[in-house]
Design a protein around this ligand. Structure first.
Ligand code: ZN
Length: 222
């Protein structure tokens, strides 16, 4: 099957369809010279990210902003209709210089431990929200929340926690968090990603554009 999308007697854009493979085959003819021939499928991509993978990946990407040399955690808050309304990562409070405050966690000088100062990702995600409230939202977070973040999550009305790792489940902070989540009706579930690695390639946008025909060279027109 072949049909003309647009054009006149000499300048045309032709799209032919292979009825068996459903592949589209585009070509553009300017002044009787074919200048572009490309193929694309009529089928949608099969390896797109699931919502769960996308939101967890967003949490992991946000974590890349953290200055913590040991633990980088990100969180992402999502509405029931799949809109991101808040992100956060673990970091010092506003005005507390990253270079002046301690990142150590076992410093003999008690006041020089990060635990006194660092805001966790979950707290920052709630405080950074860009909607009126986050009631009935889901929070995606790499690590299971601690008790302090659990309080904030519960008070904010978030109803579901999706986490990647619960490796500190033995700590009292996580046990207490689970106790509060259970009492207040916040559900929790572990996310199992569909693939272990996602690669972001910033050059992809320039090297992988095979669908749209290029703009005809206007110097060929009179
Ligand atoms: Zn926390």
């Amino acid at each position: 099957m072949e049909y003309q999308i647009n054009g006149n007697e000499s300048d045309t854009a032709i799209c032919s369809v292979n009825e068996t493979t459903r592949e589209y085959h585009d070509s553009i003819t300017v002044n009787n010279t074919s200048i572009e021939t490309k193929k694309c499928s009529n089928e949608k991509r099969k390896d797109f990210l699931s919502w769960d993978d996308f939101f967890m990946a967003t949490a992991f990407l946000v974590a890349k902003r953290s200055k913590d040399p040991v633990t980088q955690v990100g969180a992402c808050i999502v509405t029931p209709d799949k809109k991101i309304v808040g992100t956060g990562y673990n970091g010092m409070p506003i005005g507390c210089n990253d270079d002046d405050f301690p990142w150590c966690k076992n410093n003999p000088s008690k006041l020089d431990n990060k635990y006194f100062y660092v805001c966790h990702a979950e707290m920052n995600a709630v405080l950074n929200k860009n909607s009126m409230d986050v009631r009935n939202c889901t929070m995606y977070v790499a690590l299971f929340p601690c008790n302090e973040c659990a309080k904030i999550i519960i008070q904010a009305g978030i109803k579901e926690i999706v986490y990647m790792s619960d490796k500190y489940s033995f700590k009292p902070e996580m046990v207490a968090a689970k106790r509060m989540f259970k009492a207040s009706g916040v559900s929790t579930r572990q996310h199992i990603p569909s693939k272990q690695h996602l690669v972001l390639d910033f050059s992809e946008i320039n090297s992988n554009m095979t669908q749209m025909p290029s703009t005809p060279d206007k110097s060929n027109y009179n």
